[in-house]
Design a protein around this ligand. Structure first.
Ligand code: COA
Length: 203
């Protein structure tokens, strides 16, 4: 097997999970994100990043960012990325953390473990880069993504009103090493943030 490459067999099709090669354009990534979010749009779960122009997706990853892609031949059928962020919150360990973003698998390919492979490879990369904490946010109604994260050891840590002000979002965290927090403590902090956010929105 070629180093750094993972293959997933699906109906005799080889799906490659690799870091974005040069020949894959940022517009291919944007297209994959847009297609992947179609089921969310149908459920009224509207996020904004898949509407970003390709250049903004690239820029948001910064110089330490990593974009992984799942390829079916020359077609991008899935994506998963992380960017470096620093923000002092109780769950960020006070240091740089890996902010996970641009998770997508287009509908024809979902439910077959492709995201599982992307997610696993991304976590390995983040560890290799020395990050202690993985963080991401999502729409509070994106139950499928939240469920995947809970199964993968993430905890809900914060509930907030999205900047678009038309929905609530949640933040989830996973500690790879160093300081970690119990399930009970995370539930307590999450419920407090939820309560404060909801009270504020009714004032
Ligand atoms: C969320 C999304 C990326 C999942 O893609 P997918 O290819 O269907 O996911 P998978 O097939 O790998 O995962 C499905 C199964 O593996 C599990 N799984 C996936 N990754 C896992 C991980 N890292 N650890 C543990 N379990 C995992 C899931 O819980 C699920 O289990 P099930 O078979 O019992 O249902 C895809 O549905 C999507 O693109 N949704 C729209 C875009 C979106 O909402 N993105 C997230 C924005 S924050």
């Amino acid at each position: 097997m070629v180093p750094g490459l993972e293959i997933y067999m699906m109906n005799k099709t080889a799906i490659q999970i690799i870091e974005k090669p040069e020949w894959v354009s940022w517009d291919d990534i944007r297209q994959c994100l847009y297609e992947a979010h179609a089921p969310n749009r149908e459920k009224g779960i509207n996020m904004t990043h898949y509407l970003w122009p390709a250049e903004k997706i690239k820029e948001s990853l910064g110089e330490h960012g990593v974009m992984l892609v799942a390829l079916d031949g020359g077609k991008v059928v899935g994506t998963a990325a992380f960017a470096e962020r620093t923000q002092k919150r109780w769950y960020t360990d006070g240091s740089c953390y890996a902010f996970l973003c641009f998770d997508s698998v287009i509908p024809y390919y979902t439910g077959k473990g492709i995201f599982g492979l992307l997610d696993k490879k991304r976590e390995e990369k983040a560890k290799e880069y020395g990050y202690n904490v993985l963080i991401f946010d999502t729409h509070s109604k994106n139950a499928h993504r939240i469920d995947i994260a809970l199964r993968n050891g993430f905890r809900l840590v914060r509930f907030f009103r999205a900047s678009s002000n038309d929905h609530y979002s949640v933040i989830m965290a996973k500690w790879l090493r160093g300081k970690s927090y119990s399930h009970g403590y995370c539930v307590y902090r999450y419920q407090i943030s939820k309560w404060k956010t909801l009270v504020k929105s009714f004032l």
